[in-house]
Design a protein around this ligand. Structure first.
Ligand code: GLV
Ligand code: MN
Length: 203
């Protein structure tokens, strides 16, 4: 989904911070004279997210290996995440505006699903060594169906920075908040239900 590279690589000279927004496409390159092998190496997914998953109300932890964490990916059009699910945990409904996602289950088993623009729900229980693909932009999730076991997946994207729209937080946790009347009318429910949902997703 990203633009085609026009050079071998372009190791990002900066990681995205508060004041350094990415240029198009991606980030500025550092000079090749300063590029080292480690720029093409990333160990960030070797750390287990199991403890973080246990601590999370969703029972999940996503460790991102996008260009912000791994500057060598800049302009290469790929990235990788690690998803750890506690027993019964869910990586909650979300979408990626800039990439398809390949979900490869490394251990345990999980229900992986997405909803198409036709409103059809596609899903599959995916076991160790198996893969499922989420088309670009589709709302999706992973849910641990392996009983008392943890589950883990590696997810791979055709973008250096797929972006995440988290369904519930984007609607009920937006800053500033979306008016209750808009949400109540949109969801065809009482304002009290919207207030309850906002209380879960706003600090
Ligand atoms: C899983 O859905 C992920 O975005 O890594
Ligand atoms: Mn995803």
């Amino acid at each position: 989904a990203d633009p085609e590279p026009v050079q071998d690589f372009c190791v990002a000279a900066v990681s995205k911070g508060a004041d350094d927004q990415p240029t198009f496409p991606g980030f500025p390159c550092k000079p090749e004279s300063t590029v080292v092998s480690n720029d093409f190496f990333f160990a960030g997914l070797s750390r287990s997210g199991a403890a973080a998953a246990n601590d999370s109300p969703f029972g999940s932890a996503v460790t991102a290996g996008n260009v912000e964490a791994f500057p060598g990916l800049n302009t290469l059009g790929v990235s990788i995440n690690r998803v750890d699910l506690a027993p019964g945990g869910v990586n909650p409904l979300h979408s990626h505006p800039r990439a398809a996602e390949l979900v490869h289950v490394v251990s345990g088993e999980m229900l992986v699903g997405f909803i198409s623009t036709a409103g059809k729900f596609y899903s599959k229980v995916v076991g160790e060594g198996e893969s499922f693909v989420i088309p670009r932009g589709m709302v999706h999730f992973q849910y641990n169906t392996g009983g008392n076991s943890t589950a883990r997946a590696v997810t791979v994207f055709n973008s250096q920075l797929p972006g995440v729209v988290a369904a519930a937080p984007s609607l009920f946790g937006a800053e500033p908040e979306i008016p209750d009347a808009v949400l109540a009318k949109s969801f065809q429910v009482d304002g009290e239900i919207i207030k309850l949902l906002k209380s879960k997703f706003r600090n």
